[in-house]
Design a binder for this molecule. Structure first.
Ligand code: ATP
Ligand code: LTN
Length: 330
C-alpha cells in the first residue's frame, strides 16, 4: 500500500486556509493510502512560542484532525516529538542539504525578514531539513499540502535524488506534493494579495471563531470597487478569494461557482451566500471538535500513534544509518 504523510505545525489557531488547503484533504487519502498525519510540534519551536499555548494548541489540532474525519483506526495520528527518529534523522540529513538552497526558501525569507529586531534562530533556517526527514522516515509517496509548502517538498525531492545517487541505491522513496485543485492558497480577507496565515492573524477566519464573528469577517472582507462576481486574482483579488472559498467548500470548480453568480451585481448578497456556506461547514465541524475534546480519547490516540509511527520511523532510520556507514549493532 502506498503511503501518505502530512502535518500541521501548532504555531497558532488554525484558520480556514489550513482547513481548505490541508486539514479537509487528509481524510480523502486514508482509505487508499497508509496514512500518517502528525503534529509538527518541533517545527513550532522555530519561532518563539508560549509553552502553555503550544501544549493546548497541540491537543486542539489532534481534535481537529479527528473532527475532520481522520479515523485513528485507519490513520496513524502522532506527535513529531514523540518519535525521536525525527531528531536523529535530522542530524544525518543536515549534511545533504546546502546553505544556498535553504536560504532560497520563501518561508525562511518571509519569516526572517519580518524579524527586524530579533535574532533569527537557526531552526527557522534549517526547517526544511526537519521537514524532509518527516517525509522520508515514512517513505511517503504523497504529501498533501497547501501551495506554500510545495517548495519544501520539492527540496525533499532534490535530497532524495542526491542521497540515492550518492549511495547508489533506492534508500528513500520519491515523495510527491499534492494540493487541492481549488483552495491551495486561501488569501487574507483584509489583504487579499497575502496568504491567510495563522501566525499573521489579520484577515483570518479561525476555525474556533464564533459564527457571528465569522459572518462579520466575511461581510467586511476587502473587495474592489466594481460589482461583478468574477475570478480575476490580479484585478479582483478579494472577490476571487471569496469565490475560491465558496467553490472549495461546495466541491465545485471556479468556473461552476462563477456561473452560479453570473448576473449578480451586489457584493453584499454574494458575501452573505459565502458566509452561509462557510458556516454550514464550520458549525458542525466545530461541534465535532468539541465532542472529541470532551470524549477524552486524545492521549490514547497519541500513545497508540506514537507506537505505530516509531516502529516505521526506526526501521527507516536504521537503514539510513547503515547506508551512511554508522555502525549499527544489536
Ligand atoms: P504559519 O503562519 O505558522 O506559517 P500557516 O497558517 O501557514 O502557519 P502551516 O502550519 O504552515 O500554516 O500549514 C499547515 C497546512 O495548511 C500546510 O499544508 C499549508 O500549506 C496549509 N495552508 C496554510 N495556509 C494556507 C492557506 N492560506 N491556504 C491554503 N492552505 C494553507
Ligand atoms: N512545514 C509544514 C508542516 C510540516 C509538514 C511536514 C507537512 C512539517 N513537516 C511534512 C507535510 C509533510 C507546514 O508548515 N505546514
Amino acid at each position: 500500500m502506498k503511503r501518505c504523510l502530512s502535518g500541521i505545525k501548532p504555531t497558532g489557531n488554525l484558520t480556514l486556509g489550513n482547513y481548505i488547503g490541508a486539514l479537509r484533504e487528509f481524510k480523502k487519502y486514508q482509505d487508499e493510502y497508509e496514512t500518517f498525519i502528525f503534529i509538527a510540534d518541533l517545527h513550532a519551536l522555530t519561532l518563539p512560542i508560549d509553552p502553555a499555548f503550544l501544549r493546548s494548541n497541540t491537543k486542539d489540532i489532534v481534535a481537529f484532525y479527528i473532527a475532520a474525519g481522520l479515523d485513528p483506526q485507519k490513520s496513524t495520528i502522532f506527535l513529531q516529538s514523540d518519535v525521536s527518529a525525527h531528531s536523529e534523522i535530522n542530524t544525518i540529513l543536515e549534511n545533504y542539504l546546502y546553505m544556498g538552497e535553504l536560504s532560497r526558501m520563501t518561508q525562511f525569507k518571509d519569516k526572517s525578514s519580518k524579524m527586524k529586531h530579533e535574532a533569527v534562530g537557526l531552526g527557522i533556517f534549517t526547517y526544511p531539513v526537519l521537514m524532509a526527514g518527516d517525509i522520508l522516515l515514512y517513505n511517503a509517496d504523497v504529501v498533501p499540502v497547501g501551495d506554500d509548502q510545495r517548495q519544501h517538498v520539492e527540496l525533499t525531492r532534490d535530497l532524495v535524488h542526491r542521497f540515492n545517487a550518492r549511495y547508489n541505491k533506492e534508500v528513500f522513496v520519491m515523495p510527491q506534493a499534492i494540493s487541492p485543485k481549488v483552495g491551495a492558497r486561501i488569501m487574507s480577507l483584509s489583504e487579499p494579495t497575502k496568504k491567510m496565515s495563522k501566525s499573521d492573524p489579520k484577515g483570518d477566519i479561525f476555525l474556533k471563531d464564533e459564527p457571528n464573528i465569522i459572518r462579520k469577517k466575511i461581510m467586511s472582507a476587502v473587495t474592489d470597487t466594481g460589482n461583478e462576481i468574477k475570478y480575476d486574482p490580479v484585478n479582483k483579488p478579494g472577490i476571487s478569494n471569496l469565490l475560491t472559498i465558496y467553490a472549495a467548500l461546495s466541491n465545485k470548480t471556479i468556473e461552476e461557482a462563477e456561473k452560479e453568480f453570473e448576473g449578480m451585481s451586489q457584493y453584499g448578497t454574494f458575501k452573505k451566500i459565502v458566509a452561509d456556506k462557510v458556516l454550514e461547514e464550520l458549525i458542525p465541524f466545530k461541534q465535532r471538535y468539541e465532542e472529541v475534546l470532551k470524549s477524552g480519547i486524545i492521549d490514547q490516540v497519541l500513545t497508540e500513534g506514537a507506537k505505530r509511527a516509531s516502529y516505521i520511523a526506526n526501521k527507516t532510520l536504521r537503514k539510513v544509518k547503515k547506508t551512511v556507514g554508522l555502525y549499527v549493532h544489536d
